[in-house]
Design a protein around this ligand. Structure first.
Ligand code: KIV
Length: 270
């Protein structure tokens, strides 16, 4: 398994880091087989696999359930698990308890937390031995305030984001995810920080890229943001299911090829 030291080396040697979401046994297994460097059990699972409206509905139990399945599918890949909405920003004691619980119960390698306001929690988690990946720029748990749009588009907002990024590094974050920000700003932050910076909708100059499994494979999602490239097309599964449905109705399936011999009843009737 690649570890933090390896990701630091990759940053320092200019080798790009790949991160992909996976939320269950088969997707994690596929990600590991594909050689993906880091699996993110992201709270995007709320929309992609649970059919929720937003990540705000995702619970700690949802995250634990899916992260455990992902770990069973990818025993040899670094796994980052999202702290869901409602488990951060309560009070120092409760936040750290939730973090410890999620980290311990999922056998994760690190937890990811959204927002710059959590710098003190990053410090506390780090002191308690929990590696934290920070997430800045568009932070979907705050969509009610920010909307789902490009962030840090003014000079002031860009400067503030650079300061936030420095602050979370100083607090002990081991990695940073930057979502939906201008590519030149992401490039500056990547240069300024010594920890690896992984981008999604943040251009090509970050240390690595993260995409959502269901977006990459066009699986159950219709909307395609500008930054998503589809590398496969699981949407054709619907055609396969239609054919199955039609073949059963028409008595075509199961044909003899898919049928156990009638031997037993022949013997009974003898
Ligand atoms: O939950 C998620 O999938 C994420 C990525 C968008 C980075 O946080």
């Amino acid at each position: 398994m690649k570890l933090l030291k390896d990701f630091m080396d990759m940053k320092n040697h200019g080798e790009k880091i790949t991160m992909l979401t996976a939320y269950d046994y088969p997707s994690a297994k596929q990600a590991e087989q594909a050689g993906i460097d880091i699996i993110l059990v992201g709270d995007s699972l709320g929309m992609t696999v649970l059919g929720y409206e937003s990540t705000v509905d995702v619970t700690l139990e949802d995250m634990k359930h899916h992260a455990r399945a992902a770990r069973r599918g990818a025993k040899d890949t670094y796994i980052v698990v999202d702290m869901p909405f409602g488990t951060v920003g309560i009070d120092d004691t409760t936040d750290i308890q939730y973090a410890m619980e999620l980290y311990r119960d999922t056998n994760a390698n690190a937890l990811k937390i959204e927002g710059a306001h959590i710098a003190p929690l990053i410090k506390k988690c780090t002191q308690n031995g929990i590696p934290i990946v920070a997430h800045l720029g568009l932070t979907p748990q705050s969509f009610g305030i920010t909307g789902y749009k490009l962030q840090a588009t003014s000079k002031e907002a860009a400067e503030a984001l650079i300061e936030d990024a420095k602050r979370i590094e100083q607090s002990g974050a081991v990695m940073l995810v930057l979502e939906a920000i201008p590519s030149d700003l992401a490039a500056v932050i990547t240069k300024v920080l010594s920890i690896p910076v992984i981008g999604i909708g943040a251009g090509a100059e970050t240390d690595g890229q993260v995409l959502v499994y269901h977006d990459v494979l066009h699986y159950g999602v219709d909307h395609k943001p500008k930054f998503v490239k589809r590398y496969g097309d699981f949407s054709t599964g619907v055609d396969a299911l239609k054919t199955y449905h039609e073949e059963v109705k028409a008595g075509i399936f199961p044909s003899p090829e898919f049928t156990y011999k009638k031997q037993i009843m022949d013997e009974v009737n003898e």
